[in-house]
Design a protein around this ligand. Structure first.
Ligand code: RB5
Length: 144
């Protein structure tokens, strides 16, 4: 299960991502928004990230205008490792090295063609573990 949410800056891209993930046969929990109205991105980031924190979703995707507001909010939550990505290399390595569980995208920054490729990389790239787990454990210690 993949949880997803957006604000008004990411609605169109979020809807494209939902359809793309479904077309791959992967279940999606779309927590909105569903229509074009102004909302505050922390109000979306929290319930979406909670799906991951509560073990109801394996990973999550958050879309706002830049991806940055969503990532700042998401990274305040314990257990969440969120990254804003705009390129293939960062998306691949944030999975391999950071075990990122939330991908943040900017609906006003990248187009759907690139975004869907980044979503696939985020979903399909495994965590390398090893020395990277040690570093993630140190990040977790910062939360305490
Ligand atoms: C909303 O106008 C915009 O600020 C938001 O979507 C996001 O880009 C914030 O980081």
């Amino acid at each position: 299960m993949i949880a997803i949410g957006c604000d008004h800056g990411g609605l169109e891209l979020k809807n494209a991502i939902v359809e793309h993930i479904k077309s791959r046969g992967i279940e999606v929990n779309d927590l909105g928004i569903y229509e074009n109205k102004s909302v505050d991105y922390p109000d979306i980031a929290l319930p979406v990230c909670n799906q991951v924190r509560e073990g109801k979703a394996e990973k999550a995707i958050l879309v706002c205008g830049t991806g940055i507001g969503m990532s700042i909010a998401a990274n305040k939550l314990s257990g969440i490792r969120a990254a804003v990505c705009t390129d293939h290399f960062s998306t691949k390595y944030t999975r391999l090295h950071n075990n990122t569980n939330v991908l943040c995208l900017g609906g006003r920054v990248i187009g759907p063609g690139l975004a869907l490729e980044l979503v696939d990389l985020f979903l399909d790239t495994p965590f390398e573990g090893g020395r990277h787990q040690t570093r993630i454990d140190k990040i977790a210690a910062l939360e305490r």
